[in-house]
Each structure stands twice: as C-alpha cells, then as structure tokens.
Design a protein around this ligand. Structure first.
Ligand code: SF4
Ligand code: SF4
Length: 344
C-alpha cells in the first residue's frame, strides 16, 4: 500500500442521503430553471469500462474507493460481452478503460488485443496511475501500450513532489516521474500517434483552475525539471463523493464546497457533460450513466432501457433520462469537468 489513508466507510446510500439533504433538489431545480430537465443522453459513443476496484494506491480523493484490498474485478464473461457491444455498435468510437488500476485485471492484455483486432481504428484509452508501470510485473506495459496504439491518461495532481505525495501517497511522485520517462522513451508525448495526457484535480475544496494556463505551467516545469513531455492536461474538479466527501465532512466544509459549486454553475456545460455520450460499465456488467453514478450505486434505471452489458441496446440507451443528484454540480461548475478535462 502506497498511502496510509483510511478507506472510505460511508456507504453509497449514506452518501446519497447526505448529498440530497445538503442542498435539497438543488441540481434538479437548476436543470429546471434552464429548461434542461430531464437531462437526456445522446447516442452512446464512449464505452467506459471499470475493470475493477483493485489498485496499488489509496489516494485521498479517490472516487472509486480503490485500494489493494478491494477484490471486485471484472470477469472474462463480462469483458467478452463488452467485445460483442464494441463489434455491433458502430456509434461507439472510444473504449475507455479505468479502475482501480485497470492493468491489475488479469484479462487486461487479452481484452486490449481483442479490441484492437476487432476495430483497428477505435480509440482505446487506458487510465493508468503511472506507479503501476514501475513495478516489475508491469514494466513492459509502455511497450505493450505502444504496440496497441493506446492513449494513456494519467493523474498527476501537481508538478511538485510535496503536493503529489500528499494526495496520492509517499513516493508516488518519484515513481510517476520514472513512469513518465519510460512512456516518453517509448515515444509517448512525442510521436503524435502516441498520446499521453495528464490529469489535474485540486488538493482541496476548490474548483479546477483554467486548463490552458495550468497546462503551460505543467509543460514548462516537467520539461525543465525532468525532460518530460506530454500532450494535454485535463483539469477535473473533485466531486463530493466517496473519499473526497469523507474529507469534506471531516473538515466540516461540505456545505461551503457545495455553495461554491452551485455559485459557479455554468449552464453551457450541460451539453458536454460526459453522461451525454458515455455509458459506464461496472465490474459486474451493470450499466451506469457515468463512473460517479457507478460509485453511488445509481444504475441506469428505466424499464425500457438496457441495464447490463447482456442487454445493451444503443437505440434504447439513446434518449434515456440521465440520473442526476447534487454531485452533478461538480461536473458543471466553472469551465466544467469530465474525464477529458474542461468542457467549455
Ligand atoms: S485515484 Fe486512481 S490511483 Fe488513486 S486509488 Fe483511486 S484508482 Fe487508484
Ligand atoms: S456526475 Fe456528471 S457525468 Fe455523472 S450524471 Fe452527473 S453530470 Fe452526468
């Protein structure tokens, strides 16, 4: 274990009741005010697959509540069904693999190879925590990623050791730098077909700053200090769920944080929130509107639409009502926030 953080102990149901009570129906009212209720999904274009909750880290803001002791791992049966979905739904142009540490799923390599041979042009994203690439079992992964034209997206919440280790655990910064150098060596961040993106999220209860200016700072510091290159920086605001919710409660600052998110609500973000074109798959094959709803155990819920990978139907999923609650203010504050960074 890389961090001594106590694992989140608030159940999904408790989180939902805290979120609902802190600002009663505020997000629903906001959508109503802007004529966007219900929030409707478009055609699924991105299949985001959560390969399991096992991770070699236990970061303080992890919304998955992941860690080395988690045993939930996606089976080969569920992955086989995901392949079937990818093969038969031409609107899906991206497969986004997340976790936990997705590399720790024993079927990870097989699945990527299968996806690549089925759809050579499909974008495959791996959300890698970087430190996993420095352990001996996974050290050849940069090369494997290169061979399969994977887009690598990795969290690095600061370009300084102090801030990264505080949020992600002792020693994480040094190992992340080592992994980034290995990825650069394989051509990532240099060859335009090998995209390497970094993710920033604030260390405390604040909204992510302007993405472009921060990206410039990151590029300058990482290049000058370590010779590291990367493509884009994605800024993400922490959603008030899981370990970050626990952190806010421990600081008695949940209400203040919610007020900040609500004050900064930006209606222009509503057309770009990731639930519009993404379907998120849980480790057991259940379908969700997004990874955050997955962690709150809020599956896609509508009698006429598919609820698991085994009855996936793009047509029925398109136009469904997205399940929202007050955590959605995290996606719609300021410039907005998604797995691909700022929205506007
Ligand atoms: S934030 Fe990522 S690296 Fe950190 S514990 Fe969660 S899944 Fe693992
Ligand atoms: S948390 Fe964000 S992505 Fe998920 S349903 Fe709410 S607005 Fe959509």
């Amino acid at each position: 274990m890389e961090n001594s953080t106590v694992l989140n102990k608030i159940s999904a149901q408790e989180q939902l009741s805290i979120l609902s009570e802190v600002k009663k129906d505020a997000f629903v009212q906001k959508l109503n005010e802007y004529g966007s209720l219900p929030l409707k999904a478009d055609n699924p274009e991105i299949l985001q697959i959560n390969l399991g909750k096992m991770c070699n880290q236990t970061c303080t803001h992890c919304h998955v509540d992941a860690g080395p002791t988690r045993t939930e791992i996606m089976s080969q049966d569920v992955l086989q069904q995901c392949l079937h979905i990818i093969e038969n739904n031409p609107s899906i142009h991206t497969v986004d693999l997340t976790g936990g540490a997705p590399e720790m799923n024993p079927h990870f390599r097989w699945f990527i190879q299968e996806v690549r041979s089925l759809k050579p042009e499909l974008e495959i994203i791996v959300r890698s925590n970087l430190t996993i690439l420095t352990s001996s079992k996974y050290k050849d992964y940069p090369q494997f990623f290169k061979e399969n034209k994977i887009t690598v997206v990795s969290s690095l919440p600061c370009y300084t050791k102090e801030n990264v280790d505080k949020q992600r655990g002792n020693g994480v910064f040094d190992r992340s730098i080592k992994a980034l150098l290995k990825l650069n060596e394989a051509g990532y961040g240099k060859d335009e077909t090998l995209q390497l993106h970094l993710v920033y999220n604030p260390g405390g209860p604040s909204i992510a700053p302007a993405q472009e200016a921060l990206q410039n700072d990151y590029k300058k510091r990482l290049k000058e200090d370590f010779g590291i290159e990367f493509n884009q920086l994605f800024t993400i605001t922490n959603l008030p769920i899981s370990r970050f919710l626990e952190f806010l409660l421990s600081q008695n600052s949940l209400e203040e944080y919610m007020d900040k998110l609500i004050e900064n609500f930006n209606p222009q973000t509503l057309t770009g929130v990731m639930c519009k074109n993404t379907v998120s798959v849980g480790w057991d094959g259940t379908l969700y509107d997004c990874d955050f709803n997955q962690m709150l155990e809020l599956p896609i819920k509508n009698k006429i639409v598919a609820q698991t990978v085994f009855d996936f139907d793009s047509e029925k999923l398109s136009g469904r009502n997205i399940i929202v609650n007050n955590h959605c203010f995290g996606c719609t504050a300021g410039a907005g926030s998604s797995c691909q960074g700022a929205l506007v």
